[in-house]
Design a protein around this ligand. Structure first.
Ligand code: GLU
Length: 402
C-alpha cells in the first residue's frame, strides 16, 4: 500500500461524514444482553468530544446516527428479537427524540449546535427533494452546525425504506460532496475471511485487509451479514456502501468504533480498519444517482449482442436486444439490466412502461412504429440514462463458479 495514502486523504479533507452504528453506541458496559441495552451516554459523550475537535480543526462534520430503534426498545422494555412494524416505528419515534436529546446535551457542552435530519427513500429518489436536502445541509454547515441524520423510521415501511444506515451514510457522503466517509462499526474492518465463520483445525486466522481498491465479486463474498441483533447490515452493507462511494470518488474507512481512540488514530494517519479507495471520481452525479440511489422497479434481460453493445461499446439499449421484461415499471423508472446468465450488467432509466416494452421486445424499430402509434423511442434505455456496472473482465469472474 502507498504509505501516504491515508495522509493524502486527510490533507485534502474539508468535509467528513461519520456513521455511528447502533452496535457502537449501545451500552456494552451494562453487561445486559444486546436486546436489552440502551444508549451508552459515555460513548456518545466521547464521540461528541472527538467530533468537536475534528470540527475545531476546520473539517466540517455530518453524522449519520443509528440507535433510535435500540434506544426506543429499551425505553419501552421491548426486548423480543422480532418486533412488528408498528412496534419498530413506535420504538424509533421514542428513541429518536431521546437520541437527539442526548447528542444535543453533549455537543452543547462542546459549544456546538446540532440539527436533526430525518430522510426516507422518497427524499432521495426525487431529484428536487434530493437537491432540497442538499441545500439544507449546506445552510446548516455554513452556520457551523453538526447535522445528525437518520432514516425517518416512524413513517417508512420496508418497500420504501433506504433500509440501513450504511447505505444512507454513503448516499449522504456523495450528496454532501464529502472527501471521506468513516463508518464506526463493531468490527475492525474487512477480513480475508468472515471472522464469524467457524474455522477448521489448522486453518489460518483471517487477516484484516487494510486497503481495498476495487470491489470485486470476491470482496463482496468475503463480507458477512451481521450477527448482532442490534445492527442491520454487518460487513455486507458496508461493502455495498463503499461501492457506492468509490464509484463517486469518495474514500470510505470502516473501523471499530468500540475503540474509544479510533477517531484520534484515524486523524493521526494510523492504519486502522479497512480503507476502500479506488481513486478520483468516476461517474457524474446524475449517473451515480441512477445507479446507486434509485430503487429499480423491474428487470430487463438482454441477449449477448446487446450485452456486448452495452458493456464493450457504450451503446444504448434497443428493444431488439431485449429477451425478457419483468416487474411493473413506468416510463422513466429505474430498471436493472441482466445478461442471459442473470448477471446484472447495467442500470438505467427506461423509455417504455413494462407492458409496452414486453410487447416490443426483440423487434426492430420499423415494426415498433407500426405497433405503437404514440410515444415511440428508438432506444429502450438511452446511453445517457444508462450506467454499465461491469467490465468484460469482471463479468468473466462473476460467471466462474466459486
Ligand atoms: N435507522 C435505524 C435506527 O436508528 C438504524 C438502521 C441501521 O442500523 O442501519 O435505529
Amino acid at each position: 500500500m502507498k504509505p501516504d495514502l491515508r495522509q493524502d486523504i486527510l490533507r485534502q479533507l474539508k468535509r467528513v461524514v461519520i456513521k455511528i452504528g447502533s452496535g457502537v453506541i449501545s451500552d456494552h458496559e451494562s453487561g445486559k444482553p444486546p436486546l436489552e441495552r440502551g444508549l451508552s451516554k459515555k460513548r456518545l459523550q466521547g464521540y461528541a468530544k472527538r467530533i468537536a475537535q475534528i470540527h475545531q480543526s476546520g473539517v466540517e462534520v455530518l453524522i449519520v446516527s443509528s440507535g433510535a430503534v435500540m434506544a426506543g426498545r429499551e425505553r419501552l422494555n421491548l426486548n423480543r428479537v422480532k418486533l412488528d412494524i408498528p412496534e419498530q416505528q413506535a420504538s424509533a419515534a421514542i428513541g429518536q427524540s431521546f437520541l437527539m436529546r442526548t447528542y444535543e446535551h453533549y455537543f452543547d457542552k462542546q459549544g456546538l449546535k446540532v440539527a436533526q435530519i430525518l430522510l426516507g427513500h422518497h427524499d432521495l429518489e426525487h431529484r428536487q427533494r434530493f437537491l432540497n436536502a442538499k441545500h439544507t445541509l449546506e445552510a446548516l454547515l455554513a452556520h457551523g452546525v453538526i447535522p445528525i441524520i437518520n432514516e425517518n423510521d416512524t413513517v417508512t415501511v420496508d418497500e420504501i425504506k433506504i433500509g440501513d444506515n450504511d447505505t444512507l451514510s454513503a448516499t449522504m457522503a456523495c450528496l454532501a460532496g464529502a472527501q471521506l466517509l468513516i463508518i464506526l462499526s463493531d468490527v475492525d474492518g474487512l477480513y480475508t475471511e468472515d471472522p464469524q465463520k467457524p474455522r477448521r483445525k489448522n486453518e489460518p486466522a483471517p487477516e484484516l485487509i487494510p486497503l481495498i481498491q476495487n470491489i470485486t465479486p470476491d470482496v463482496e463474498a468475503r463480507a458477512g451479514k451481521s450477527t448482532n441483533p442490534l445492527s442491520r447490515g454487518g460487513m455486507y452493507t458496508k461493502v455495498i456502501a463503499a461501492k457506492k462511494t468509490m464509484s463517486y470518488g469518495v474514500p470510505t474507512l470502516v473501523v471499530n468504533g468500540l475503540d474509544s481512540r479510533v477517531l484520534d488514530r484515524i486523524f493521526k494517519g494510523e492504519s486502522v480498519g479497512t480503507l476502500f479507495w479506488g481513486g478520483p471520481k468516476k461517474i457524474n452525479h446524475r449517473k451515480h444517482w441512477i445507479a446507486h440511489t434509485l430503487k429499480p422497479a423491474g428487470t430487463i434481460t438482454v441477449d449477448s449482442g446487446a450485452r456486448k453493445a452495452l458493456v464493450e461499446r457504450g451503446k444504448s439499449l434497443l428493444p431488439a436486444g431485449i429477451i425478457r421484461v419483468e416487474g411493473r415499471f413506468e416510463f422513466g423508472s429505474a430498471v436493472r439490466i441482466y445478461d442471459e446468465d442473470r448477471v446484472e450488467i447495467a442500470r438505467g432509466l427506461v423509455n417504455y412502461n413494462a407492458a409496452d416494452l414486453d410487447q416490443i421486445k426483440g423487434l426492430k424499430s420499423g415494426k415498433i412504429k407500426s405497433l405503437l402509434e404514440t410515444g415511440f423511442y428508438e432506444e429502450a434505455v438511452h446511453r445517457d440514462d444508462l450506467v454499465v456496472l461491469v467490465t468484460n473482465e469482471n463479468l468473466e469472474k462473476l460467471k466462474k463458479p466459486r
